[in-house]
Design a protein around this ligand. Structure first.
Ligand SMILES: C[S@@+](CC[C@H](N)C(=O)[O-])C[C@H]1O[C@@H](n2cnc3c(N)ncnc32)[C@H](O)[C@@H]1O
Length: 247
């Protein structure tokens, strides 16, 4: 059945008008064209945009992507999410963010929490969900998926992430990559944390590896990784795609 072009927009406006909702909105990796129509529809009708920030003075890439789609008078709710391994600091930040979001919802304002890439992959959104799921009605929460950075990186170099029966392993900047060296396809995220380990892995396994930094953003850099090169530091927004040579 053919759908009325305005049907989805009306649905969003109606939902926002009827009951305040908490949206987790994936805005894609950076390229303003890699945001979904659904995300744009939500942003066009939203009252409050929640922006997670590791440091309050930093610019938010997610907001740069979303900004042009939001109503001019949209309220901005900046939420401090420190980058730390200290569980008590993290818990306090998530609780405080959840309370601020709840306060907006209780005033009838729908809130869109922005996530770079997809909200279900290594995003603070998941921690907020855990807290807010206990406090909100199930129909007050909606997650809008986004194009992940790994999908965008694979597309930029025209590589498959996995084919046929191959598994795909996604790892978050951890030590102990030997455990995964028999897998054909690895996506290594947050590589600024474990760069020497990543270079060792590429060398040991003879994998082809692509280092992708700020995909789709100003300062994008994408290139084959030479495990022999001296590379001490990479931007936080970097990942590595590894493919073992086919035997
Ligand atoms: C907290 S995770 C967020 C992942 C994101 N939710 C996604 O769906 O891609 C942050 C890591 O994602 C990767 N990342 C996010 N955006 C990126 C981009 N535009 N280019 C390269 N890597 C990116 C980096 O590995 C970074 O350390």
């Amino acid at each position: 059945m053919k759908k009325d072009r305005n049907e989805d927009k009306n649905t969003v406006t109606t939902l926002i008008g009827e009951k305040a909702k908490f949206y987790g909105v994936g805005v894609g990796p950076g390229d303003p064209k890699l945001i979904t129509l659904k995300a744009v529809e939500i942003l066009q009708a939203i009252q409050v945009v929640a922006i997670p920030k590791s440091k309050m003075e930093r610019e938010s890439v997610a907001w740069e992507i979303a900004q042009s789609h939001c109503p001019s008078g949209v309220s901005i709710l900046e939420l401090e999410m420190p980058m730390t391994a200290d569980e008590s600091i993290l818990q306090a930040a998530w609780q405080s963010a959840a309370e601020k979001i709840e306060a907006e919802l209780s005033q009838g304002h729908s809130v869109a929490f922005l996530t770079l890439g997809d909200p279900s992959l290594y995003s603070t959104y998941s921690y907020l969900l855990t807290i807010l799921r206990e406090r909100l009605e199930p129909d007050q929460i909606e997650t809008i998926p986004g194009i992940t950075a790994m999908a965008a990186a694979a597309a930029r170099v025209n590589w498959p992430l996995a084919t046929g029966d191959e598994p795909l392993i996604v790892l978050p900047g951890i030590e102990g990559l030997e455990e995964y060296e028999h897998y054909p396809n690895l996506v290594l995220m947050k590589v600024s944390r474990n760069l020497p380990e990543v270079l060792n892995h590429v060398q040991r396994t003879g994998s082809q590896a692509v280092l992708a930094t700020r995909v789709g953003q100003a300062g994008e850099e994408i290139r084959l990784l030479d495990p022999e090169e001296v590379l001490e530091k990479v931007d936080y927004l970097s990942l590595v795609l590894c493919r073992k040579p086919q035997s």
